[in-house]
Design a binder for this molecule. Structure first.
Ligand code: Q46
Ligand code: ZN
Ligand code: ZN
Length: 305
């Protein structure tokens, strides 16, 4: 006999392990959206009237973030950064376009190859690809948000990502990193570092996949070709095994981290930030790491959206 939803007579669509309950698609959707709303309120992610830029990759997490924020009535626009990683990036852009059209949300597209001359993976450097990819993405979405007057940048990081990042950084005792993560990273440097928010902070990857399925959200399933072998994937696997055995492991781990984060703050060496000589954005030396890596001599500007 099929299991029934906890709140109605319909057949269950998902079994949640923590809290334990069976839910139909409608009640699961309600549960999920309520949880996002609670995250936004509890951690004060968004103030009334703020304009939010959602970074959409074409994947499930950012698509679900945009979908829920729009449904909850927030003022959002989306930004897709085409990384120039061959067919993978072309497909990602297609998905991002379709997702935003369906949602009826404005989408801005920035193409790394057009803007910087080379795509991610095409630069000759000793630096690992994911490291300069991360640097490039963070710089672009922050500068785009700053130049266009957005109050916050929302990303699709979910509970599995956060638990994985925290554990991976604990394994390396990367206390600098551990001192400043969380569901919201406030604006700094006179707003030049725009506020970063993570509305899916308390939702597992499995719940995000289920929400996309229940709400007909299509997304790019393929992983980036450079992601293979990333330690974060291994760490996430270990956390999943523990979650199987002890439901609630991930959320309790992340909430415990937020309570104890202060322990790491003493280790924080606040870099003496100043304005980059090239672009004017925050830099720890004379030139910011983005302008240094891409050998910029002019500030990066975006064609009008
Ligand atoms: S960092 Fe690395 Fe990702 Fe950039 S190169 Fe691909 S895997 S996309 S999240
Ligand atoms: Zn139901
Ligand atoms: Zn710079």
């Amino acid at each position: 006999m099929p299991m029934r939803c906890k709140f109605c007579e319909r057949p269950a669509f998902i079994k949640l392990h923590y809290p334990r309950m069976y839910l139909c698609p409608e009640h699961f959707t309600e549960y999920f959206e309520r949880k996002v709303k609670r995250t936004i309120e509890r951690y004060k992610l968004i103030k009334p009237g703020e304009r939010i830029l959602v970074v959409v990759s074409g994947g499930k997490d950012s698509a679900v973030t945009a979908h829920v924020l729009k449904k909850l009535g927030y003022d959002i626009e989306c930004l897709h950064i085409n990384l120039g990683i061959g067919e993978y990036s072309e497909k990602s852009e297609e998905y991002a376009k379709r997702q935003c059209e369906k949602l009826d949300v404005p989408l801005h597209i920035v193409r790394v190859k057009e803007l910087l001359g080379k795509g991610i993976g095409e630069v000759r450097t000793r630096r690992p690809t994911c490291s300069y990819c991360g640097l490039t993405k963070r710089y672009i979405f922050n500068k785009f948000a700053y130049d266009n007057g957005f109050d916050a940048v929302a990303t699709g990081h979910n509970l599995d990502d956060e638990a994985g990042f925290i554990l991976a950084n604990l394994l390396n005792w990367n206390t600098q990193y551990l001192a400043k993560q969380g569901p919201v990273i406030p604006a700094q440097f006179n707003g030049k570092l725009v506020k970063k928010i993570k509305p899916l902070y308390e939702l597992t990857e499995r719940e995000v996949v289920a929400y996309a399925l229940a709400n007909g959200i299509e997304y790019h399933i393929e992983e980036c070709p450079h992601a293979v072998g990333a330690t974060t994937i291994e760490v996430k696997g270990i956390l999943n095994e523990m979650e199987e055995r002890r439901p609630g492991t991930k959320i309790n781990f992340v909430k415990g981290y937020l309570r104890k984060k202060g322990l790491f703050e003493g280790e924080l060496q606040e870099a003496d930030l100043r304005e980059c000589r090239v672009c004017g954005m925050p830099a720890s030396g004379e030139v910011c790491s983005f302008c240094r890596f891409w050998r910029r001599e002019e500030p990066l500007t975006f064609s009008p959206p």
